[in-house]
Write a protein that binds this ligand. Sequence first.
Ligand SMILES: *Cc1c(COP(=O)(O)O)cnc(C)c1O
Length: 368
Amino acid sequence: MASDLNIVRPEVKQLTPYNSGLTIAEVQRRYNPRKISKLGSNENPLGPSPAVVSALTSYAANSHIYPDPAGQALRTRLAEKHGVAVEQIILGNGSEDLLSVICRTILRPGDRMVTLYPSFPLHEDYTTVMGAEVDRVGLDAALEIDVDLLLAKIGTGPRLVMFANPMNPAGAWLKPDDLRRVAAAVPAQSLLVIDEAYAEYAEGDGYLEAPDAMRGKDSDWIVLRTFSKAWGLAGLRIGYGIVSTSLLTGYLDRVRTPFNTNGAAQAAAIAALDGEAHVRTVVELARTERERVRSALEEAGYRVVPSRGNFLFFDTGTSGTDISEALLAEGVIVKPWKQPDYERFVRVSIGTAAENDHFLDALSKTRS
Ligand SMILES: *Cc1c(COP(=O)(O)O)cnc(C)c1O
């Protein structure tokens, strides 16, 4: 038996396993803490709206029927919400599915993909798998997006420009004028993909939503959204893309698996859209608590990146992994960042007030 598995493509051997964060069960087993606060995956601490729960209950008896592969009902709702044609909406099994579909549709071996760094690892991984190269634009010394460097790299005409805005893990975001400059700078031979997983938390707060920045643009673009964060459906796996043209949607459609989004997720997403008031409550809590936690961290002497997401990225001043392990022993799950230059940083999601207090209290114990 060949133990070095030469059957596996070298591009795949280059990948590191996704750092998906610990489950509650795993922390229970390892530390058996008094209580657990799960602040490692940017989930919505209030869960889905009651309307979602009843939609799922009614759906259950239809589980034997294949879902609508076109997701017509949900796509129609999303097209209305965003003021685009139904043919400009594509659904994904989470937006991570669409990241993979986009890379498989667009990237050739040797192509270049420009992204912001520290980055959402999947943007890089799906690029690497295609044999394309990742070109990173790091934060500047003030921990803000280096817009000039980003514009310069975009000007060189990479096949793909793909980043999260607000950024994950940093939480930094492109100011409205900068986003307009970026959108205008992308040349016709490049595709711009803006992953807006956290847009709901940023809306109306010195933030320009990407679909608004893209209107009237000649070159192609895709804006990704997800139901996993503010809408509270992470366990169901559903996200979507708003695509510049129906022609491009049609090619992405050929690459995705036909039944990539399941029926329960489609039904739940429609019910979630019916209950916008719930999302407003979720966002309000996240914004208020984010600023409270940020002040507390800064008062304790930590450097914190200003954030428009439901999370904060801060410099622990020491090993982020060690701090995270000490927090785990106290029952607090956070995400230590593992990418080069950011190993001292930890990303903490904003939970309920009680969960955030649990985190701040556990963190203060690591210093005494
Ligand atoms: C959480 C997140 C997603 C969402 O992924 P899903 O597959 O929709 O759950 C996508 N992009 C970024 C940057 C994220 O942080």
